[in-house]
Write a protein that binds this ligand. Sequence first.
Ligand SMILES: *Cc1c(COP(=O)(O)O)cnc(C)c1O
Length: 360
Amino acid sequence: MIEPLPHLAAMSAYQLPPQDYAPGKTPILIGQNESAFPPSPKALDAAQAAMAGLRRYPGSDFAELRAAIAEAHNLEFERLFCGNGSMELIAALTRCYCGPGDAVLSSQYGYGYFKTAAQTVGADYISAPEEGFRVSVDALIAAATDQTKVCFVANPGNPTGTVIGRDELERLRNGLPSDILLVIDEAYGEFADGTQQRCFDMCDQGNVIVLRTLSKAYGLAGIRVGWGYFPPPVLATLRKLMPPGLTSAMSLAAATAAMRDQAYMRGVVTETARLRDGFAARLRQLGYPVPESATNFVLCPFSDAEKAAKADAALRAEGIVGRNMGSFGLPHCLRFTIASEAEMAFVGDMLEAWTKENGG
Ligand SMILES: *Cc1c(COP(=O)(O)O)cnc(C)c1O
């Protein structure tokens, strides 16, 4: 029997959370940070229209979508590129710069896929401690070694929901050796856009990349489209690893139309933030020390892992599928994505009843 490469034999596959709930209940799926709202109707119309041309291969270099992103964000077309979800870009960047003996650096509660991406190329994964559920720039700088090639920072963070300012990211960039690539994963960037200074121009330094996605604020997780803003030499290397034309014509059409409909996305973000702040306030009233979230989810810390597991089970018995954070190193926490107003009211009611009986 042929044997896989040793580093692949040693790793386990990236696991999505179990979606199980009590049979017969109407499920409330709030475990994967998907949008509470449907995508722009214009995106759905565009996907439908694209079906007429399915005999043809889609374009190979995301030209229309990149033009739409360039316009929406006032960025340079040439420095934009896209992938099948930002996950594909994370994986490809890791393959560009890391191999056995190299290291990928991220922070303690960094997004789980950074670790998987490192493992697939045989690189070590180093995580720097966070402080109070926030990325610590000092800890990241201290954890970098001669082996470190790429540093991933999700900002806002997942699963913490917290954000660090641009001044902190600049301090990180200046504190890391210049030959370490800094990848700022802004999967939830649209939720922080109003309050945080944008970071795209940090890419001018040549060793910073900013990633975003259509999966969260745009309500299009199902089309699998993400994008990034790159220094040109990094993008030239990345493109060698991206098979041309791999993103479906329907996905490209939907993403392009959604990007052109910024007003719709902004409306979703505003409403999601309102629901989030209301839900977070309710959890805090129940005594849960919920960190300030700049995303479409909240992290709910319980007093211990057993309490979190019990609450998770009780909620699933009502059809509510949140996410246990054990795989992120936070077994005492559950993460709840913000869903519709009625759904969040129900989740709040159930959690309140459970907490009164069991203590959080
Ligand atoms: C959801 C998420 C992603 C993945 O986004 P896709 O574009 O759907 O692949 C990347 N990073 C973080 C931090 C996320 O939470």
